[in-house]
Design a binder for this molecule. Structure first.
Ligand code: URA
Length: 189
């Protein structure tokens, strides 16, 4: 079966998921969006209010910044990459996802990465980076490099919300990390 069809099947399974208490408070599951055959995948933390309402990841303010950086640094639209989150349901009041929620949701993300088989995964912020690199180190220390994980190159960077809060320096570092990702997927700079 083609990757796209298998992802659609997995999304349908996830849509009825009750593996953790976030099922009770979500409007809908925010599974992921984009090209199932993408070379580049982004992994964020968890849906916020807008994402919960629309069922699409990164459509709020952080998403608008991500879209802008995608175009400006990679010349790509969001339909040319794949975008997902560590946790597929919105934590109430945008609190941090809890360890048991991350554990319950992890198989969906692992299956997404395995089906899409991107060349590069850019992790946005601490939650995605710590999960996929299996570390408890922080993003400030880890960013600025690429890490091989199986067949994938993992490029950690800040969450766009951190750039919205932190301003120019954080944004410049995010841009540099995206240039690194661009080089790794073989797009010329
Ligand atoms: N922040 C995230 O980590 N993911 C989203 O989908 C939106 C905001």
């Amino acid at each position: 079966m083609a990757t796209g069809s298998r992802l659609v099947e997995l999304a349908a399974t996830a849509a009825g998921c009750t593996r953790c208490p976030l099922a009770a408070t979500r409007t809908q599951v925010v599974f992921g969006t984009g090209d199932p055959d993408a070379d580049l995948m982004f992994v964020g933390e968890a849906p916020g209010r807008e994402e919960d309402l629309q069922g699409v990841p990164f459509v709020g303010r952080s998403g608008q910044l991500l879209d802008r950086l995608l175009v400006e640094e990679l010349g790509l639209g969001r339909h040319q990459v794949y975008i997902a989150n560590v946790v597929k349901c919105r934590p109430p009041d945008n609190r941090d996802p809890r360890p048991e929620e991350i554990t319950a949701c992890r198989p969906y993300l692992e299956e997404q990465v395995s089906l899409i088989a991107p060349k590069v995964v850019v992790t946005l912020g601490n939650f995605a980076t710590r999960l996929l690199l299996d570390t408890d180190q922080g993003i400030t220390k880890l960013r600025g490099a690429a890490y091989p994980v199986g067949d994938v190159q993992l490029v950690p960077t800040f969450h766009p919300a951190a750039a919205l809060r932190g301003g120019g320096v954080v944004l410049a570092q995010m841009r540099a990390d995206l240039v690194r990702a661009k080089q790794l997927i073989g797009l010329s700079s």
